[in-house]
Design a protein around this ligand. Structure first.
Ligand code: GAR
Length: 194
């Protein structure tokens, strides 16, 4: 597959644990001519992840990883990534932490999306915390993954207004719709020089 710049598209793997709506939007974007990437693989620690259904329906290669033993799980993931010539990993609601050892082997090639304006509100329940603290703005961030939670170098961010009558659900919905635009933009941005 050739991107609009005439180069071969980079093969990416998306790691999910649940709904996979970010994976779906990455997939839709990857079909466009100006996309510099294609999705060759979807991987999940959860066999009931809704995103896996979508992968099956669209004939995207998918793998379920048993995470009972983290060391073995990561060894298997590395093997699968290599076998499928994956050049970049995009975490999209993947609720497992990748070890320092794993990240060293796939250095600078793992991205994540987080539903806050990092470095604010790392970790879980971001929208509840944002509302509780009466923030005027929240948003989302795409960043490189390092061994500290939600802490790697930021690639792109998008601000989202928090309204007085927002609750965690309404804010989550508005932030998520921006995540769907931001993630593909960020992936294309870092691939520009490859
Ligand atoms: C997204 O909001 C993503 O930012 C968040 O999980 C959701 C996954 O939704 N990720 C994190 O909180 C990671 N720290 P999705 O499965 O519909 O893409």
């Amino acid at each position: 597959m050739i991107a609009s710049n005439g180069y071969k598209k980079i093969a990416i793997a998306v790691f999910i644990s649940g709904k996979g709506s970010n994976f779906k939007s990455l997939y839709k974007f990857s079909k466009k001519k100006n996309s510099k990437f294609k999705i060759n693989l979807v991987l999940s620690n959860n066999r009931n992840a809704i995103g896996i259904e979508f992968a099956k329906k669209n004939k995207i290669k998918n793998k379920i990883i048993n995470y009972k033993n983290i060391d073995l799980a990561e060894k298997r993931i590395l093997y699968i990534l290599k076998k499928n010539n994956i050049g970049l990993v995009c975490l999209a609601g993947f609720m497992r932490i990748l070890s320092r050892k794993f990240l060293k082997k796939f250095k600078g090639k793992v991205l994540n999306i987080h539903p806050s304006l990092l470095p604010k509100y790392k970790g879980l329940n971001t929208h509840s915390k944002v509302i509780k603290n009466k923030e005027k703005y929240s948003g989302c961030t795409v960043h490189y993954v390092n061994s500290k939670l939600d802490s790697g170098k930021i690639i792109l961010q998008k601000k989202v207004r928090v309204y007085k009558n927002d609750n965690p659900k309404s804010l989550e919905k508005r932030v998520l719709s921006q995540e769907h635009i931001l993630y593909s933009k960020a992936v294309n941005k870092i691939l520009i020089n490859l």
